[in-house]
Design a protein. Structure first.
Length: 441
């Protein structure tokens, strides 16, 4: 459809840009999808929906070389206004607008207004996903599946990307499912399913439940292999039922779960401490500005209560910190010991024997190389050597003649100039005597 071409050309005409700029602009392609239903056994087909999809781009920012921002409300309304000029039978029942830079909040609010036509906005995310804004009537309908452009594997890659971006939280107190859902732009239920899949694919990832919220974290020691198989999980449960001694990996996972819960509790204490410290600073500032003794007394009472709560919160945070340090040290030692056992290294006898064999081979190779250099046959004859010596003498003779030729002009220029009228090889002329003048009187 010509909707995109016309809109981009009109915008560039308004900005007085040339045709070469038009060929480099995005958003010139518009597609129309028609959904038909068979009736009377397939003899006829009736169109039940007509959908138009178009890319909206900040043309003015791109044309002027500026940083493109999200598409605003006015640009979306301009794109919708084009459909009102069409005949009723050709108007789309739904309009899909996509933008690589996303949409503003005012533009997304137009989706809730309904239609006709129904408005669907799809904004690109920085992590490669899509923010899809659907009308309420389409969210629970089968039509919503048409706008799920990501596969399960692609969402899993985005989840792993966000986990790596927040690796410091993943290794400490973990990331909750609501926080990850907000980062991914999907529902918490789908986020939890993705987290379960990630834990199955990577053995170091695990989930911990704290205060009814699922948190995903990472243990420093995983199961052997890339993933924890069903067989190993079943065997782990059987060991717990039989009350057998847990493996080192299971002990590390249990200690990691305890540490994550303690980290979450300390984080909650830190948030309360920050709030109390802000109240303390506010009370001190108000007390310094207040001139009345009654108000100062009230603020002093409040400050005493705040500082008392601060001491209690800091004491609890100190206890959590010490517990976390103890568990972290134990986990660190268990991890080092288990990693040392898992990696089979050669013994000292093997290292010594292999070193002796390598030294013997290297010494033999060096002796053979020296021998080969000493007995190498060049293939030159005495006549070839004499001819080469003659050529070298010729080169030296040419070099000496060139040096002599360059030195001759230099000597001539440095010799003293001869008097005028004298030529080399001619005798000097006799001097002319002057005649005596006559004497006076």
């Amino acid at each position: 459809m010509p909707d995109g071409v016309d809109s981009v050309r009109a915008e560039l005409s308004r900005l007085t840009m040339g045709r070469d700029m038009f060929e480099r602009m995005p958003g010139t392609r518009t597609l129309e999808f028609r959904f038909r239903r068979r009736i009377l056994g397939g003899l006829f087909r009736r169109t039940v929906a007509r959908l138009r999809a178009q890319v909206l781009a900040p043309i003015e920012s791109l044309a002027r070389g500026q940083e493109p921002g999200p598409v605003g409300r006015e640009q979306v309304l301009d794109a919708l206004a084009r459909y009102e000029l069409l005949p009723r039978r050709e108007r789309p029942t739904a309009a899909v607008f996509a933008s690589a830079t996303g949409f503003t909040a005012e533009a997304r609010a137009l989706v809730e207004a309904g239609g006709p036509p129904s408005l669907i906005l799809m904004g690109g995310r920085a992590d490669g996903g899509w923010d899809v804004s659907l009308p309420p009537a389409l969210r629970g309908s089968p039509w919503a599946k048409l706008f799920e452009l990501e596969t399960q594997d692609e969402r899993l890659k985005r989840l792993l990307y966000h986990l790596e971006q927040d690796a410091h939280l993943l290794d400490s107190r973990g990331l909750s499912i609501p926080v990850l859902a907000e980062k991914l732009g999907v529902s918490p239920a789908r986020t939890e399913a993705l987290v379960r899949q990630a834990c199955r694919s990577e053995s170091r990832l695990m989930t911990v439940v704290h205060d009814g919220t699922v948190h995903v974290c990472r243990t420093p020691l995983g199961e052997e292999g890339n993933a924890m198989s069903i067989r190993s999980r079943v065997w782990s449960r059987m060991r717990k039922l039989l009350r057998l001694k847990p493996t080192v990996a299971e002990r590390v996972r249990e200690l990691t779960a305890q540490r994550v819960r303690l980290e979450q509790q300390r984080h909650e204490i830190d948030q309360k401490t920050d709030k109390l410290e802000a109240e303390e600073r506010q009370a001190l500032q108000q007390g310094a500005k207040t001139a009345s003794d009654a108000e100062r007394k009230q603020l002093a009472s409040k400050l005493m209560r705040v500082r008392r709560d601060l001491r209690r919160q800091r004491a609890q945070a100190n206890i959590f910190t010490q517990q976390i340090d103890i568990i972290g040290t134990h986990v660190h030692h268990l991890t080092l010991a288990e990693q040392g056992k898992r990696l089979e290294l050669p013994k000292a006898e093997d290292l010594t024997r292999e070193a002796a064999e390598a030294e013997h081979v290297i010494s033999g190779l060096a002796a053979n190389a020296d021998l080969a250099r000493s007995i190498e046959v060049t293939g030159e004859t005495p006549l070839m050597e004499q001819e080469e010596a003659d050529i070298m003498a010729e080169f030296q003779q040419l070099a000496d003649s060139r040096v002599a030729a360059e030195a001759a002009p230099a000597e001539a220029s440095s010799a003293p100039a001869e008097p005028a009228g004298e030529r080399p090889g001619t005798p000097p002329l006799p001097e002319k005597k002057e005649s005596a003048r006559p004497e006076m009187g």
